[in-house]
Design a protein around this ligand. Structure first.
Ligand code: F3S
Length: 276
């Protein structure tokens, strides 16, 4: 068995930064809670709890002390509310997500109706929606979801983990139907690079293993990309690997979502090499 790890795989800048900020809270007012899971990776969330960084669903559950805003970000109202209630707030919003939030807010101030290309209900998208406020016209993944009536001036931002193709489809439809479109292509290159590297590796592999949380959207997208080329297994940890997935001389490709730490990739590759 030959095991190859994709050229770009695993934890991105924003996730590593959020982990460092959360783990650097030892001297901050206690207890320390993240509002929702810090990142979409249950194993990492469990390990954070062992190190004194707990998950709370909301400010009431956190009670007091420090709250960490996760890498997906949140709306400005929640941050203001936390500060008003005396919490120490550590903002671990990925700077690329902050940029999308700022664009949404600015477009609204400039009189544009804002269209967010993204997955409604996803934490990052709901945070962006809150920053855009009443200027947000719609959250769509495809042009067919756009409202029947559109105002003349429309601004567009896109969830950092969306695909370029989807963004271009929505943009093209808006440009046909609106007088003025101001668009910000806020897709994060970390996601694109991981998808491209995964596609290339999957095309040259007999089987792919994708590591990451089952609740991680970008990990699930990597699974889809790999499935287009070869059988693909999604695991959260090395313990889930099944020997029968691999023939003796398989070329096994490994990739991992942007919320998967390097240690998890190392553990899976070691376990695969042990099977060889
Ligand atoms: Fe940030 Fe991009 Fe990662 S938006 S959290 S660096 S995938």
């Amino acid at each position: 068995m030959i095991v190859t790890v994709a050229e770009k795989a695993g934890a991105c800048y924003g996730v590593n930064r959020a982990l460092e900020l959360a783990l650097g809270c030892q001297d901050a007012p206690q207890p320390v809670h993240t509002l929702g899971p810090l990142i979409h990776n249950p194993l990492v969330v469990a390990s954070l709890a062992e190190q004194g960084v707990f998950e709370a669903a909301n400010l009431d559950e956190a009670g007091s002390g420090t709250v960490v805003i996760r890498s997906h970000g949140t709306g400005p109202q929640l941050i203001e509310e936390a500060e008003r209630r005396g919490f120490n707030v550590i903002d671990a919003t990925c700077p690329f997500v902050s940029k999308v939030q700022q664009h949404a807010a600015e477009l609204g101030r400039q009189g544009y109706a804002v269209v967010i290309v993204g997955e409604a209900g996803h934490a990052e998208v709901e945070g962006i929606r809150a920053w855009g406020g009443s200027a947000v016209l719609a959250v769509v993944e495809e042009p067919e979801e756009l409202p029947a009536a559109l105002p003349p001036k429309v601004g567009v931002v896109v969830q950092t983990t969306q695909s370029e193709e989807r963004y271009q489809r929505v943009l093209a439809a808006l440009e046909q139907r609106c007088e003025e479109v101001r668009a910000f292509k806020t897709i994060c290159s970390a996601t694109q690079m991981r998808q491209r590297a995964a596609a290339e590796l999957a095309a040259a592999s007999d089987v792919m293993v994708v590591i990451g949380g089952r609740n991680s959207g970008n990990t699930r997208r990597l699974v889809e990309v790999c499935q287009a080329s070869c059988p693909t297994y999604h695991v959260e940890s090395a313990a889930e690997l099944q020997p029968e997935w691999f023939a003796p001389h398989s070329r096994v490709g490994v990739t991992a979502g942007a919320s998967t730490p390097q240690a998890h990739i190392d553990a899976v590759t070691s376990a695969l090499e042990a099977l060889a």
